[in-house]
Ligand binder design. Structure first.
Ligand SMILES: Nc1ncnc2c1ncn2[C@@H]1O[C@H](COP(=O)(O)OP(=O)(O)O)[C@@H](O)[C@H]1O
Ligand SMILES: [Mg+2]
Length: 266
């Protein structure tokens, strides 16, 4: 299989600070690639640059061979490149189902439909959208939350909902930034299973930033390790853990991070 994403020598500077400092990596189509590294390594910044949230200072990003450098998030969204975001505060008072139904709509498209096909068409669209949202909720094992306000479900359930939004469109590649943070073990397993299933059944490619090494070990091959804005190593998690540059990078940032690397004891 080919490459879904190729990142070539990307830099992102904030003033004089090089948060991403010449990162190059390739994400294989159909993979679940893990991105690890000590705090401050530049992982989130690199995600934001790839997903069009931040423009790069320099460098090039291609998706299936097409240059996507600097494209805004909504254009990338239509190409099937998605970065999950926390559910915005404005959407907290909407139900979980409604949050999912929001995703594919774009206002100008809705107005066009309105003029072209009239109200019946809108009603049909809405029914189809609702059915799809219900399927997604079922898949994520949170059907019972369909009518609950999104602001009232647990942190882990919100993460599932965020993942669910990627299923309302035809995603090709999904970027997940620390989905496990603050999520209990059971929900984390549900999230992990959903990712694996989406990868196998729908062919989604995933890039996953996560501190939980058990989660990375269960899901990700290969694993890429970043430190100080650069890619240090790539391989299986076992290879990464044995890599002396990686060990040094985690040691250099103190014991807290090193413990994270050793958590699984592999
Ligand atoms: N908007 C910003 N302005 C200035 N510095 C930033 C900004 N965003 C991130 N940084 C800095 O860039 C470095 C990398 O951050 P980040 O990408 O969040 O790392 P990671 O996700 O690997 O923990 C950190 O030192 C952080 O403080
Ligand atoms: Mg981060």
């Amino acid at each position: 299989m080919g490459q879904m994403i190729v990142v070539e020598d990307v830099h992102k500077h904030f003033g004089g600070f090089h948060a991403v400092d010449g990162a190059s990596l390739e994400i294989a189509e159909g993979s679940i690639t893990g991105l690890i590294g000590p705090n401050g390594a530049g992982k989130t910044t690199l995600f934001n640059v790839i997903a069009g949230v931040l423009p790069p200072t320099s460098g090039r990003i291609t998706m299936q061979g097409e240059d996507i450098t600097g494209l805004p998030p909504h254009e990338l969204f239509h190409k099937g490149l998605l970065r999950t975001f926390q559910i915005a505060h404005e959407f907290h008072s909407m139900s979980c189902r409604e949050n999912l139904m929001m995703v594919p709509g774009n206002q100008s498209g809705e107005r066009l439909w309105d003029t072209w096909f009239g109200r019946k068409r809108i009603a049909d669209e809405e029914r189809a959208l609702r059915a799809k949202a219900d399927e997604v909720l079922e898949f994520l094992t949170i059907s019972h939350l369909a009518d609950h306000k999104a602001g009232q479900v647990s942190g882990g359930q919100k993460k599932l909902l965020e993942l669910g939004r990627t299923m309302m469109v035809d995603a090709k590649i999904v970027f997940l930034d620390e989905v496990g943070a603050g999520v209990n073990r059971t929900l984390l397993n549900t999230i992990g299973d959903a990712i694996i299933q989406l990868n196998k059944e729908r062919g989604y490619t995933f890039v996953v930033i996560e501190h939980d090494m058990d989660f990375i070990e269960k899901l990700c091959d290969p694993v890429i390790c970043m430190a100080e804005g650069k890619v240090l190593a790539e391989g299986t998690l076992a290879e990464i853990k044995a890599n002396e540059h990686v060990i040094e990078a985690y040691l250099g940032t103190g014991l807290k991070n090193k413990d994270k690397l050793e958590e699984t004891g592999a």
